[in-house]
Write a protein that binds this ligand. Structure first.
Ligand code: GDP
Ligand code: MG
Length: 393
């Protein structure tokens, strides 16, 4: 039998973000090494983490390593991606939702384009709090370290984070991993672990009816169908009746059992990444991108009002405006579909680097709520990100 999940420590989803080669993977390995000595982790080597398995979300291939560890008060699911494109896709698709992030900036370089792109996306997907690890201080002089710290604070503020009060820890992940110079090595990782143990995380909404966006579906012969995802709001309990909605369908099922990190649970709470074994549905009927909700609680929508920010070409966006009536590809949580923006007569287009308000009509009705974030993409480029201000129909 499986053991019960320990709920004494709160679960937090976190990830390393930042420019390529600034040391995200080295830092991830260093954290697990440090915590493994304290009994809070299994050590994951650099090679193991960097050899990220391929995942699929909305037909997009993403490479991401998921690492688990515990600090004094929290249990973490930590994501590290091998390439910049994987980060973008991971953050956009919400494959691994992030409650907070560890921004890695090399003191030898300072903030770079991918640092800024990750910060913009983090903000858009609702990450409010960051801890910064200024890495590679073994290879930078004192003056450089001070300058880079100032620059990091300014950059954070310009993206709407609390640049003044964000914790910035200077250190060397490599020294820690290689057990050299403890003052900039191991000690800095200890400080980082304290910082992520206390960094504010979004409050869980346990009172609204449950909304469970489905990332994956598995059939277990003889037992039923397992749907996996991160519970956005509410609580799920054994025996609960659910509607599985999306792509023009609504299916009924009930919950047989639930598990998280291979341990069984009595209840799944908002913020938990869980697998739910369900009675009454067939594996072939359920698609990634559908949403499981409390039976009868929520109707799918086709039309919504949103504020959309169009990325400038400097931020990796397109150089063409978003125009009224054009066909766009919209991505929300774990699904994508085409939609058509409509704008007021006075502002019939949004230019790159600017934001605008619009009504979006989707080709198929989906469960989407006020406050949800989504992105618009053209081919392989993220051209915009938006937030739902109102659900209209
Ligand atoms: P990522 O692309 O952000 O995941 O970066 P990596 O963790 O792969 O590190 C990129 C390179 O920087 C590797 O060659 C690391 O050995 C090196 N590196 C990582 N941390 C440090 C550090 O603290 N000091 C120095 N000098 N090099 C480091
Ligand atoms: Mg890496």
């Amino acid at each position: 039998a499986k053991t019960a999940h320990n709920r004494e420590k709160i679960h937090v989803n976190i990830g390393t973000i930042g420019h390529v080669d600034h040391g995200k993977t080295t830092l991830t390995a260093a954290i697990t090494k440090y915590l493994s000595e304290k009994g809070g982790a299994k050590f994951y080597s650099y090679e193991k983490i960097d050899n990220a398995p391929e995942e699929q979300a909305r037909g997009i291939t993403i490479n991401a390593s998921h690492v688990g560890y515990e600090t004094e008060h929290r249990h973490f699911g930590h994501v590290d991606c091998p390439g910049h494109a994987d980060y973008i896709k991971n953050m956009i698709t919400g494959t691994s939702s992030m409650d907070a992030a560890i921004l890695v900036v090399a003191a030898t370089d300072g903030t770079m384009p991918q640092t800024r792109e990750h910060l913009l996306l983090a903000k858009q997907i609702g990450v409010e709090n960051l801890v910064v690890y200024m890495n590679k201080v073994d290879a930078a002089d004192e003056e450089m370290i001070e300058l880079v710290e100032m620059e990091i604070r300014e950059t954070l503020t310009s993206y709407g984070f609390d640049g003044e009060n964000t914790t910035i820890i200077a250190g060397s992940a490599l020294c820690s991993l290689e057990e050299k110079e403890p003052s900039i090595g191991r000690d800095s990782i200890a400080k980082l672990c304290e910082a992520i143990d206390t960094v504010p995380i979004p409050p869980r909404d346990l009172t609204s009816p449950p909304v469970f966006p489905i990332d994956n579906v598995y059939g277990i012969p003889g037992r039923g169908t397992v749907i996996t995802g991160c519970l956005k709001q509410g609580v799920l309990k054994r025996g609960d009746s659910l509607d599985i909605i999306g792509f023009g369908k609504s299916l009924k099922c009930s919950i047989s059992s639930m598990e998280m990190f291979h341990k069984t649970l009595d209840r799944v709470e908002a913020g938990d990444q869980a697998g739910v074994l369900s009675k009454g549905i067939k594996r072939e009927e359920v698609r990634t991108g559908m949403v499981a909700v409390k039976a009868g609680s929520i109707k799918p929508t086709r039309s919504l009002n949103a504020t959309v920010y169009l990325l400038s070409s400097k931020e990796g966006g397109a150089d063409k405006p978003l125009t009224h009536g054009s066909e766009q590809m919209m991505f929300f949580k774990t699904w994508g579909c085409t939609c058509r923006p409509e704008m007021e007569e006075s502002e019939r287009m949004v230019m790159p680097g600017e934001q605008g308000n619009m009504r979006l009509t989707m080709r198929v009705p989906m469960v989407i709520l006020k406050g949800d974030r989504f992105t618009l993409r053209r081919g392989n480029t993220t051209i915009g990100t938006g937030i739902v201000t109102d659900v209209t129909e």
